[in-house]
Write a protein that binds this ligand. Structure first.
Ligand code: GCV
Length: 715
């Protein structure tokens, strides 16, 4: 009996304990609005948000009210109602400057002059909070900023925030197909349920818009750059319209990818030649049709003459001819064309050089409403690449940045990799195109070459997985893109800090170590995958796992051996004047940074040099020993992440804790796989021993060469 009672008690305890930290599935992203546990802060907050009022009457204002009701109630634990009219007791007032004299009397002309139509101003005094802007969309951004301050438990005392976005087109590129598969997608199927649109509006579309608005993303390309012309037919445009209507009050514009051969495929023309009058007319009519349905349609993103996609070169025309034809069609409606510079043909002796060779001669030849969209590096979203030389070479063309959020070459859906340090590394790089300080950032924001149109794109990592991005930490890359587009001066640390606090908890005992993991994660991945400038040695096709020996595809530049060129003498791609001379595409100062094998930073050594196995590195180690060291330190980092993560169990809900724990263990298995496969393979050339302090690969090279991952996702 006694035992029974004890058992019962034990049973009750077991049932109650897990319920203390409620299970979460990640769906709420960074908008969880959990009750603030710090009571003195809570008191301060309550005073600042007493009797909240939001002035105005648009759909955006309704959205703001819904968000605030949910947020204030969740964060304080008291239920709030947002009023539409000023009351004597209103401490919290939000609305455009024209909505109330209370607001306009507090905000100066000079302050207003410092924001654009999307910017906002937040001012607080004891017991008074003003959030204002020139437009309702600006007010919405101000509200989300304010909620971020609350969620990250910042003081609301004496705020004087004047904020305006540094980048105009802050855009996601979905590589989503109409059949709902996602190219390089690792989070399930596409969130766009084309089959049921426009009749079924999934709640996810609303939450997608909220999430983007909360981090300042104002544009989205719904479809894959490997485009399907069918999206431009009327039934699909109806579906696109439904999404555009829904996203509009969140400040989000919709764009589509344009398949260059659409006039033939859906227009029944014989040609898609951009100088042909009938073709031009077809596009003009198509564009008119789109704008009649979606008056604020953003424009088109185009991948042309790349990886088998049709384009102007099929008719012996240039990229500028193609882009300009589309630009002329959208210009009357203020649309823009984002024309991708991701091209590489087997004709060049170095894939690195291809985009520059094709686009540099076209500098200045594009219409004003064309942005040339350039991937961050010259090859293809590798764990580390030097910045694309195009950024320093197109002074007469506005260039926009393309980053990849989906981790095609960065461990895909199973590795924890925070990409903000990668983004910032590229943005900080100095092109020297107009002397010292000509950073990629200044090229992208237009300040260096005096362009007002500018943009940053992130290839989306969103799918229909319950937590949106597959890996719980992948959400941080979506978050980082939005925050950096708004303000590229934010540090990676700041972004990680905000994201962790909103996504998990404000407890510093959790925040600090997790931040450390995030900030080290990209370098760890570089070390266990492609240290010292190794490039593109992933598995063929799906790109998951190591395959440095890959040498069977038709085109040399699709094979890993092309990129590392390992032989008995050494390893690495000689891009100096003795090699392909790709370095000549950079300003002389950049060339000087990389040209001398003894001065080239370790991180980029094998990008630019074929270095001897006994080459002396900056550490004093030989290249071979350094390679062994880096691969092992990558593995050690992941081991440390796991140990650290395990110590954090008590701070978060069990579901997310376990999921991340298991994913980290996959990451460790993969890191060991990468290290062993690569070292064993490169050892066949170096003929040098793995130094005794490191673990010896437990399997043979043949074992690793025989691993087949047939059905990796996203391929
Ligand atoms: C959308 C890489 C990817 C392709 C992608 C291409 C691109 O090659 O592997 O899946 O295609 O880049 O950016 O166009």
């Amino acid at each position: 009996m006694v035992i029974l009672i004890m058992r019962k008690k034990l049973l009750i305890i077991l049932l109650i304990l897990p319920a203390l930290v409620k299970a979460e599935n990640g769906y709420d992203l960074w908008l969880r609005y959990k009750k603030i546990s710090n009571n003195s802060l809570l008191d301060q907050y309550k005073k600042q948000i007493t009797s909240p009022v939001v002035l105005g009457s648009s759909q955006t204002i309704t959205i703001i009210k819904t968000e605030l009701t949910q947020a204030f109630s969740g964060l304080t634990g008291i239920s709030y109602k947002i009023s539409s009219a000023l009351e004597k007791s209103s401490a919290f007032i939000a609305g455009t400057v024209s909505t109330s004299t209370v607001i306009s009397s507090i905000i100066t002309k000079e302050e207003l002059g410092r924001i654009d139509n999307e910017g906002f101003i937040i001012k607080t005094r004891p017991g008074k909070t003003i959030i204002t802007a020139k437009t309702d969309i600006g007010v919405m951004y101000g509200i989300f900023h304010f909620l971020r301050l609350m969620q990250t438990q910042q003081s609301l005392v004496d705020l004087n925030i004047i904020s305006t976005p540094k980048i105009k087109v802050r855009i996601l590129n979905h590589w989503d197909n109409l059949n709902r598969t996602v190219e390089r997608g690792y989070a399930g199927f596409s969130i766009w349920d084309w089959h049921k649109l426009p009749d079924l509006i999934d709640k996810r579309y609303v939450d997608y818009a909220r999430a983007n608005a909360s981090i300042g993303i104002n544009s989205t390309v719904l479809t894959n750059v490997n485009a399907n012309a069918v999206v431009l037919t009327e039934p699909y445009l109806e579906k696109v319209k439904a999404l555009a209507d829904l996203f509009r009050p969140y400040g989000i514009k919709v764009y589509l990818t344009a398949r260059f051969s659409a006039p033939i495929e859906i227009g029944k023309l014989k040609t898609a030649d951009p100088v042909n009058d009938t073709v031009q007319l077809w596009w003009k009519q198509k564009v008119k049709e789109v704008y009649e349905m979606i008056p604020d349609f953003g424009g088109f993103l185009v991948k042309a003459n790349s990886e088998g996609q049709p384009g102007p070169q099929d008719y012996k025309r240039t990229h500028a001819d193609g882009a300009n034809m589309l630009a002329d069609a959208v210009a009357p409606f203020n649309g823009i064309i984002m024309w991708r510079a991701f091209v590489y043909s087997s004709a060049s002796n170095d894939r690195f050089k291809q985009a520059y060779e094709e686009f540099k001669p076209l500098d200045g030849k594009f219409r004003k409403n064309v942005l040339v969209q350039v991937k961050n590096g010259p090859i293809d979203f590798q764990p580390r690449e030097p910045f694309s030389p195009l950024f320093g070479a197109m002074a007469q063309t506005p260039l926009m940045m393309e980053f990849q959020l989906t981790q095609e070459y960065l461990g895909q859906g199973t590795h924890l990799v925070f990409e903000a340090p990668l983004f910032k590394e590229v943005l900080h790089a100095d092109t020297y195109s107009k002397g010292k300080g000509s950073t990629v950032t200044k090229v992208i924001d237009g300040s260096l070459n005096d362009f007002s149109l500018n943009g940053i794109a992130g290839v989306s990592n969103i799918g229909n997985d319950i937590n949106w991005c597959g890996h719980p930490f992948a959400q941080a890359n979506w978050y980082a893109l939005g925050r950096l587009c708004w303000d590229y001066n934010l540090s990676s640390e700041q972004i990680a800090d905000e994201w962790i606090k909103q996504t998990f908890t404000n407890d510093p005992l959790f925040v600090q170590p997790v931040k450390k993991i995030m900030l080290q994660s990209r370098e760890a991945l570089v070390n266990y995958m492609t240290p010292l400038g190794l490039t593109h040695i992933m598995y063929n096709g799906h790109h998951y796992g190591p395959m440095p020996w890959g040498n069977t595809l038709n085109r040399p530049d699709w094979n890993p051996v092309y990129y590392h060129k390992a032989d008995a003498a050494g390893v690495g791609f000689d891009r100096t004047a003795k090699g392909t001379n790709a370095l000549a595409q950079y300003a002389i100062e950049v060339q000087n940074e990389f040209n001398d094998i003894n001065k080239c930073p370790d991180e980029y050594l094998l990008w630019f040099h074929h270095a001897a196995w006994d080459h002396k590195m900056h550490s004093g180690r030989t290249l071979w020993d350094e390679l062994c060291y880096r691969y092992n330190s990558g593995v050690d980092s992941v081991r440390a992440f796991i140990k650290q993560w395990y110590s954090l169990k008590k701070y978060i809900d069990e579901d997310r804790f376990k999921q991340i724990d298991q994913l980290l263990n996959i990451q460790l298995k993969d890191a060991i796989w990468w290290r062993n496969a690569c070292l064993l393979y490169f050892q066949t050339f170096s003929n040098m021993p793995i130094p005794p302090q490191y673990e010896k690969p437990g399997r043979t090279l043949e074992y690793y060469q025989n691993i087949r991952i047939l059905y990796a996702p996203g391929n």
